[in-house]
Design a protein around this ligand. Sequence first.
Ligand code: CA
Length: 228
Amino acid sequence: MKKVLVLEDESSIRSFIVINLRRAGYDVIEAETGEDALERLKENPDTRVALLDIMLPGIDGFEVCRRIRVTNSKIGIIMLSARSQEMDKVTGLMTGADDYVTKPFSPAELTARVDALFRRAGGESAPESNVIRQDPFLLNTRNRTLEKNGQRIKLTQVEYSIMKTFMENPGKALSREEILDMVWGRDYFGELKIVDVNIRRLRLKIEDNVQNPVYITTVWGYGYKWGF
Ligand code: CA
């Protein structure tokens, strides 16, 4: 079953989301509070995507996201933000979310985002038995894991996809649009900024010195390059 968790305290918005995701073929689990959401996820470990509202009574969506990520790097996480919460977007991504959707959103937009994450969360593509070694990195495309100097680096699905894109294109300058297409898919509705935010977070995980990145370098006014 394609299981998705929806955390939203406003029942009208929650029903709107739930109805549309069910219509799109998802098995939807609902939660009204952050605490509730964490509990439901424990009961449903096969949940592959979570939609988390930010403003909630009790613990907020960021905290829920942070707690999920402590034990689960595989699940796709989409933050639901209100239009005025511009800064929340970035913070949300930095705490481990893969994407965000700004309210109000259309059913088509929402389903497209969930579909995209769902595909990346390991659902459909057949795993290739392969490793890409570019010292000190080793990417295992069967297990979807990354090691640096033999140490596992915990990545979200989006971060993994970005790493794979880079390691398959060593030394090639990739525009932000290309990265967005390759990682998020051509039907993606989002903004280019999401590329920068994810790369900033990826650098924190893989670079020796984030102030002076050497693995993922910036190509000014264009995009990024993987190369030494
Ligand atoms: Ca709310």
